[in-house]
Design a protein around this ligand. Structure first.
Ligand SMILES: [Zn+2]
Length: 297
């Protein structure tokens, strides 16, 4: 795995001192204190089956952790309207629709809180680990579903409706119906959920078959190349559970993107693997917390 940390910690990164970071996922929730990129007080638990219980558990867990904390950043695993700070929907847990997570936590914890979609937050964490010349960043998470985020010059590009970079529903041209109602989506071809649904066995088993793996790589390359034609990223970082494939993903995908680039007479973006453990999203949540401190949300 090829990752580069800055030789010296940049000033924008040193500023994030003792923030509370929370990651609300479909299957698990995590919280930690993040200080200058270092994670302490890490704790995780299975996500409760409804929003109300989730918030109660987060508050009970985090209240003893907030001594000396200046702000909190939250990553939410679902569709999230950043400008309104409201959950649109969670794919896995009921009751989040319309919830203003930040206001609920601000009242309970007594510190500024800002929330964003988990792909955006993970992208902030990954961006902080990159060389400064690797800008813009396209972050793509391939897991149960597909999420993505774009960062240029230290700013997330959220779009007019907090929907920028929703690559999961980029049309690839195949004929399978996605659960968004469209036919041919990127996510429909490459996500873990759909691999398991289509083949009736775990995604890892499906991808152990060389022919399925070859097609999976080809579909990911088509999606990433389509996005690259629009965005011209300097680097694409692939995160999410499927990035645990390591070189078995990175090497053929780099080759496939290189081929598409040479056919188009364009330079290919650099390709890197993100953190499959989910801890980088907590670093991103701490970076997001700065927006709460500065009142920019
Ligand atoms: Zn779709």
């Amino acid at each position: 795995m090829s990752r580069r940390r800055p030789a010296t910690t940049p000033a924008y990164y040193r500023a994030y001192v003792r923030h509370l970071a929370i990651d609300i996922g479909g299957s698990k929730t995590a919280a930690a204190v993040v200080s200058e990129g270092a994670i302490t007080n890490y704790t995780t638990w299975p996500s409760p089956s409804n929003a109300s219980e989730s918030l109660d558990r987060i508050i009970a867990t985090c209240l003893p952790m907030i001594d000396g904390i200046t702000a909190c950043g939250v990553a939410f695993g679902g569709v999230f309207d950043f400008s309104q700070q409201r959950c649109v929907r969670s794919m896995h847990v009921s009751g989040w629709e319309g919830t203003d997570i930040s206001s609920v936590l601000e009242r309970a914890l007594g510190i500024p809180v800002v929330t964003d979609n988990d792909a955006n937050v993970a992208a902030l964490g990954e961006y902080s680990l990159l060389d400064r010349r690797e800008d813009p960043l396209l972050y793509v998470t391939i897991s149960t579903g597909v999420g993505a985020a774009i960062i240029a010059k230290h700013q997330l590009i959220r779009g007019a409706h907090s929907m920028s970079g929703e690559l999961g529903h980029l049309p690839l041209g195949h004929d399978k119906l996605c659960n968004c109602g469209q036919v041919g989506c990127f996510e429909r071809a490459v996500s873990g959920y759909w691999l398991e649904t289509d083949h009736g066995r775990p995604a890892a088993d499906v991808l152990a078959d060389p022919e399925h793996h070859r097609q999976w790589i080809a579909d990911i390359a088509t999606g990433l190349w389509s996005a690259s034609v629009v965005l011209d990223p300097a680097v694409i970082v692939i995160g999410g559970g499927m990035s645990a494939q390591g070189e078995e993903l990175l090497s053929p995908l780099t080759q496939a993107l290189g081929q598409k680039a040479s056919q188009s007479d364009r330079p290919p973006p650099a390709l890197r693997l993100g953190d499959p453990t989910g801890r980088t999203v907590l670093v991103g949540a701490a970076i997001l917390a700065r927006e709460a401190e500065h009142g920019s949300r």
